[in-house]
Design a protein around this ligand. Structure first.
Ligand code: FAD
Length: 280
């Protein structure tokens, strides 16, 4: 039995049309038999209900679904009620985060570190939930340095996290050195690489700037060269990401978490290239 975990992440769509499209994507990706889906949570509160509704809908359709959760914009009573609702529905996995607050909300919202949320969930619900947390092979942008960032990651583990999912990266060495550093720092939970397929260079470049994920120069140069050739870029992106995933898995990564961006095509091709449906 393969103990590695493979998952797909969705975000709650803002429109009915978006939700219908996502339903079709969910159906297609379900056929690949991932271990779970996860659904992001707007820390400013924008997608709070959307997250819960989507999680419960796909859970009722038979998928294992892990809601993302954060304190941002949610008080403890509300969070307690949400945890209880998930528990009652049979949800037993969470991805707990500080969240990124939209500008203008910061000071007013309940801006608390993820380690506090892990401790809160453990205090309220004991061992009911498997708790995933986020971590950063290329360092979180708010962090003073590598060592303090790993120190804060360890606080989440000490508070009760069971496993972690990384921010995306395109340099497998960043992941290998990070895992090694974490192990030496006493972190022994599985650290699953977060994988971002490449479908839109402009959006990827902008988002990577804000979240601190590096697009290596050689890759930037190649991607820029595709210009308006969306299909060519997508195919090349599949090749690059498949090769990186192969390297990660061959070197013992404990699974892969795909940031699907609510799209099925690229992740399905990468999945098939890796023959992940054939795993025992
Ligand atoms: P934390 O672990 O709290 O860390 C945040 C920053 O504070 C880091 O720089 C850390 O080093 C520092 N820090 C931690 N503890 C302390 C302390 N005690 N004192 C001082 N500094 C400290 N965002 C969303 O809004 N919704 C989502 O659903 C979502 N899903 C995500 C899923 C994954 C797998 C990943 C990798 C990210 C996701 N994000 C999401 C983005 C995430 O919320 C941001 O990266 C956010 O800025 C940090 O969240 P965190 O949980 O890692 O925070």
């Amino acid at each position: 039995m393969d103990s590695r975990l493979f998952s797909f992440e969705f975000y709650p769509p803002r429109t009915e049309a978006g939700e219908s499209k996502l339903d079709a994507v969910h159906e297609r990706l379900s056929r690949l038999k991932p271990d779970f889906f996860s659904v992001t949570y707007g820390a400013g509160g924008s997608t709070k209900q959307g997250t819960q509704q989507l999680v419960l809908k796909y859970h009722q359709l038979g998928s294992t679904v892990a809601p993302h959760l954060s304190f941002g914009g949610t008080d403890e009573d509300e969070l307690r009620a949400l945890l209880e609702a998930y528990k009652q529905a049979g949800i037993d996995r969470l991805v707990t985060l500080r969240g990124d607050l939209p500008s203008g909300i910061g000071a007013a919202a309940n801006h608390r570190y993820a380690s506090e949320l892990v401790a809160f969930v453990r205090e309220e619900t004991g061992d009911h939930f498997h708790i995933d947390v986020a971590c950063y092979p290329e360092t979180h942008p708010d962090s003073a340095n590598y060592a303090t960032d790993v120190g804060f990651f360890k606080q989440k583990v000490d508070a009760g996290a069971d496993s972690a999912i990384t921010q995306y990266f395109y340099n497998a060495d960043a992941y290998f050195y990070f895992v090694d550093y974490c192990n030496k720092a006493g972190i022994s939970i599985p650290i699953v690489p977060g994988i971002m397929p490449i479908t839109n260079y402009t959006n990827l470049a902008r988002f990577s700037m804000s979240c601190g994920a590096e697009i290596p120069q050689w890759l930037r140069n190649r991607l820029e060269g595709f210009g308006d050739d969306v299909e060519g870029l997508r195919e090349f992106g599949i090749e690059v990401v498949t090769n990186m995933c192969e390297k990660l898995l061959e070197s013992g990564a404990p699974g892969l978490h795909f940031y699907s961006m609510n799209l099925a095509r690229s992740v399905t091709q990468i999945w098939n290239n890796l023959a992940l449906s054939d795993r025992p």
